[in-house]
Design a protein. Sequence first.
Length: 333
Amino acid sequence: MTTAAKTRSRAAGRSSAGQASEADASRRAFADGARFYLQQTPRQLPSRFLYDALGSALFDAICHLPWYRITRGERRLLVRHAREIGRALGAGGRVVELGCGNGEKLATLLTHAGVRHPRAHLIDLSGSALQHAARALEGLDVRVTTHHGTYDEGLLALPPEPAHPTLLAFLGSNIGNFDPPGASALLGVMRGALRPGDALLLGADLVKPERDLLLAYADPLGLTAAFNKNLLVRLNTELGADFGLDGFTHRAVWNRKASRVEMHLVSRRTQAVAVPGAGLRFTLAAGETIWTESSYKYQPEDIRRLAEAGAFVQRKQWIDDEARFALTLFEAS
Ligand SMILES: C[S@@+](CC[C@H](N)C(=O)[O-])C[C@H]1O[C@@H](n2cnc3c(N)ncnc32)[C@H](O)[C@@H]1O
């Protein structure tokens, strides 16, 4: 396993100057995002900001919760259908994973796919997730390149691949963090990075009873609440904000009409807050929320329609009934 050049820097052996400029770029992006989104109505912050090192670790812990079934359901499907998915990759082929997190799902897929000498490109904006992912793939017959950046940045930085097929993996229902126009736009960028005949493996969570959805996003142990409130910790530590954590409550709601679970941070009282690093100062009313994540839930045919509108053709769809989760294999047309 080797780790090669990254979109913004190298995963291993980074100089301290490189690490500092990477941290500066990440803080600038966070400040720009906070300035823009916290002034919207309703106030919001994009879910990509949930994933600093602590956020990534909290997400990994959430995957072990009995109420968060996505990870186990998707892993079952990956194991069961790895050989067939592997055929889309072929010997020496390239797998590109967007938002790889800790890399365990890709390690599971490659362990069971029986593909010789694949190459893997991992794209994630969490540096700590990339480090874990590179480690998860150590010892497997795979050459790893990590790209530290957003999905779009990583896809645009991919080198052309004229000789071998590419399998693009977007797992964990990360697609559900985008509203329908955003998901279509991202699928367009994905399609632009592929050649006809290449493959897309899309994991997407399905609509299920409201009680199950809410338990997954407002778990009785309070891990998802900690994951959500960590955004306030990030605002405090990185942008010098003065959010008091006891002034906010985690809330998950099922928006049936939009078919999405929303996560919010609810202000428990009227309070003035300052975010000096983003040049912001505002007052939150009691009960006012900051909307921090959307997780769209799909019917199986929604997934096909979404990708087929973006020049993909569905080849296979597998559903895990226990978790109500779908893994769909598409071909770029
Ligand atoms: C919900 S976790 C899923 C991780 C893994 N795919 C899984 O299924 O377990 C989302 C991952 O995507 C990354 N991520 C979220 N938004 C992103 C974006 N816009 N660009 C790049 N990475 C992003 C996060 O850092 C995190 O590692």
